[in-house]
Design a protein around this ligand. Structure first.
Ligand code: SF4
Length: 410
């Protein structure tokens, strides 16, 4: 049984002392703040020089959960200058931030499976749990090694855990809208097993997955085919039997999904239960999209109401909330998902991540490269620091013949 049920045993450390936080916040600001972004925001998000205009979304970049996680990681190094410090996976999905932590000798441990590095941990070691949280088995392991744990799990993620634990307690199977190979969803799924490990979960990513499940709910089907579809990469709980465990279901979601898609999944599952049972008494739902994700999606919808020629979305390619911003943008206009300003190679070439091919590709930047007036929309996911947005703004202007000094003094 999981020892996670006994949090009092965990060696948690509080690294947020006032003196440490004062130093840390200065350091974090130095690494990630941007005076240009602040200036453009103060001007209502619009900056126009010559025939180039950029328009920033009203909300983008670091969310409260990410800021807290980064502060705590930096503080860990200040509080434990001599200790080995480890991190389960990545603190957030941004290569720039992860590089900074590596420079502080904070060592990333594998998050998909535990290896011998976990057996080597000891009481003097500090282990940071990322903003996504970590599966129960990982928490049990670092706890059993007696490590000092700095837990940066976002409060919004913990709210989802509370919900799926509640489902498990009531004998309700959690249908989790999320990516089965995403850290947060793995951590949530492990809680959906409940305190006694007897709860069940199923992870659906797409509307096609949902329709497959709904068809099974209404008409039944081949359990082997069901297991084949969802069994890979931990898409369902051990011992999941679709003939038994789709009786009472509750829908939850990874905090960073596309809200409209999550709502559609909820609607379809509820409709399937209504058709099977004649009522929805076996259906529970809890919208667990976090406020920050929602604000960034809403701000992008607002931005898209303005005339724009092209949209740049800045962020780590494995960032879920950033990917959804790209999905929203590309329905409306030429949209490029870039990890940094380096991707803006020239007016004839942009390197960006194609979310359908799941690879970085070279492309023609389209309207960005044309002569005459251009209006560029810019947004970024919750894990993207403002300094990367600043670099992007400067690079757009530089490619279009406007120097950094001109941008700074505009
Ligand atoms: S994206 Fe949402 S859930 Fe994730 S760290 Fe930020 S606030 Fe928390």
């Amino acid at each position: 049984m999981s020892v996670y049920a006994h949090p009092a045993r965990r060696r948690r450390v509080n690294v947020r002392t006032p003196e440490v936080m004062e130093r840390v916040q200065a350091e974090v600001a130095e690494h990630y703040r941007s005076s240009i972004v602040e200036k453009v925001r103060a001007k209502g998000g619009l900056l126009s020089i010559g025939d180039t205009t950029i328009r920033l979304a009203k909300q983008f970049g670091f969310c409260y959960g990410v800021e807290r996680a980064i502060d705590l990681a930096y503080a860990s190094r200040r509080v434990f200058p001599e200790n080995r410090i480890f991190l389960i996976g990545e603190i957030i999905h941004n290569p720039e931030v992860n590089r900074q932590l590596e420079a502080m000798e904070i060592v990333s441990l594998p998050w998909q499976e535990m290896n011998e590095q976990y057996d080597d941990l000891g009481e003097d070691d500090v282990v940071i749990v990322p903003a996504f949280g970590a599966p129960v088995s990982f928490m049990d392991k670092v706890e059993s090694r007696g490590c000092q744990i700095v837990d940066t799990t976002c409060g919004d993620v913990m709210k989802v855990w509370k919900r799926v634990r509640g489902f498990a307690k009531d004998g309700v199977t959690s249908i989790i809208h999320g990516k089965a190979d995403h850290e947060e969803t793995r951590a949530t799924a492990s809680r959906a097993a409940g305190e006694d490990g007897k709860g069940h979960y199923l992870i659906v990513l797409t509307l096609e997955d949902t329709d497959f499940v709904c068809d099974y709910i209404v008409n039944g089907g081949d359990p082997a085919a069901f297991r084949e579809r969802f069994g890979g990469v931990g898409g369902m709980s051990e011992g999941f039997d679709p003939d038994v465990h789709l009786h009472r279901v509750g829908v939850a979601n990874q905090t960073t999904m596309l809200k409209s898609e999550t709502e559609e999944i909820q609607r379809r599952v509820r409709a399937a239960l209504l058709r099977r049972d004649g009522d929805d008494s076996n259906f529970s739902v809890f919208d667990t999209i976090c406020g920050a994700t929602q604000e960034r999606q809403d701000a992008l919808f607002d931005l898209l109401e303005e005339p724009l020629d092209v949209l740049l979305v800045v962020g780590g390619y494995n960032s879920s909330n950033t990917t959804h911003l790209v999905e929203i943008g590309e329905k409306e206009l030429p949209t490029f998902f870039i990890r940094s300003s380096e991707c803006l190679v020239s007016l004839a070439e942009i390197v960006h991540y194609d979310i359908h091919r799941k690879e970085e590709v070279d492309a023609d930047p389209g309207p960005l490269g044309r002569e005459g007036a251009v209006l560029v929309g810019i947004t970024a996911g919750a894990s993207c620091p403002n300094n990367l947005i600043e670099d992007t703004i400067l690079k757009v202007f530089e490619l279009r013949g406007v120097s950094a000094d001109e941008v700074r003094s505009a």
